[in-house]
Design a protein around this ligand. Structure first.
Ligand code: F6P
Length: 243
């Protein structure tokens, strides 16, 4: 694992955006695996800034997002499709028809997940997967569990994740209890993985991810087995480690 120490959230975001830019410049028709949550917002802002300066062209890029709340429509401001449109896609020249997020409105989990795996398979594989890290070590919505889930599946969100994400909803009761997420197997197939981590509340999860045993109780710990992972973390997130 390549650990890159950033001073703060802004520095982390710029470093991560540099890595994504390099990917897009080197392979203009690349497949980007994208993430939601507060961790990547600064990275997306930076990419938009460089796009506006004429440094980046997303016309041939395809994107595949990690996850979506089950039951939320693309127009729902809390949906991850809405998040991606407003935080990135609406501001760059990506072809929206080539941006994919699991279909939160598909009530049949088997159908929703099989369709999404087919999209990943047909894409030819994700070149660079961007990830945030949950406070409990989750990646995508792969929550701590007894076994690693391989493919896209439907999950019941844990109390910790519902608590962490309630800030985006009017009340905790409005947070959906289920989501569709790419599995650990789908994530691990990406050619390169980039993880952005900021803040002291992630320090324990980050330490367990990097130094702990590989266990489905800390889903991100599986990344130790991937051969091309870069973690860009700020000083606060690295505060429990000697790095
Ligand atoms: O970046 P945040 O908001 O701390 O969330 C961490 C992770 O949890 C999620 O919100 C759930 O998948 C991801 O989107 C994110 O990468």
């Amino acid at each position: 694992m390549n650990i890159c120490k950033a001073k703060n959230y802004q520095d982390m975001s710029r470093k991560a955006a540099n890595i994504i830019s390099a990917q897009v410049i080197m392979k203009p028709h690349c497949v980007l695996g994208l993430a939601t949550g507060s961790s990547p917002i600064g990275t997306y802002k930076q990419l938009i800034e460089w796009y506006n300066k004429g440094d980046l062209d997303f016309a041939r890029v395809m994107s595949i997002n990690l996850d979506e709340y089950k039951g939320l429509s693309p127009e729902n401001p809390q949906s991850y499709r809405y998040f991606m449109n407003t935080n990135l896609f609406d501001h760059i020249n990506i072809d929206k028809a080539r941006t994919f997020v699991p279909n939160g409105l598909e009530p049949d989990p088997e159908k929703a997940c099989a369709e999404y795996e087919e999209i990943i398979r047909k894409s030819g594989g994700i070149d660079l997967q961007l990830l945030g890290l949950g406070r409990n070590g989750h990646i995508g919505f792969n929550e701590p569990a007894d076994a690693f889930a391989r493919e896209t599946h439907c999950v019941n969100l844990t109390e910790s994740t519902i608590d962490a994400n309630k800030r985006f909803f009017e009340s905790e009761d409005d947070v959906p209890r289920q989501a569709y997420t790419m599995g650990i197997g789908s994530i691990m197939k990406a050619r390169k993985i980039l993880v952005v981590v900021s803040g002291e509340d992630k320090a324990d999860a980050l330490k367990a991810t990097i130094c702990g045993p590989i266990t489905p109780q800390v889903p991100a710990s599986i990344l130790q087995l991937h051969n091309d992972v870069t973690i860009v973390a700020d000083e606060a997130a690295l505060s429990k480690m000697d790095i």
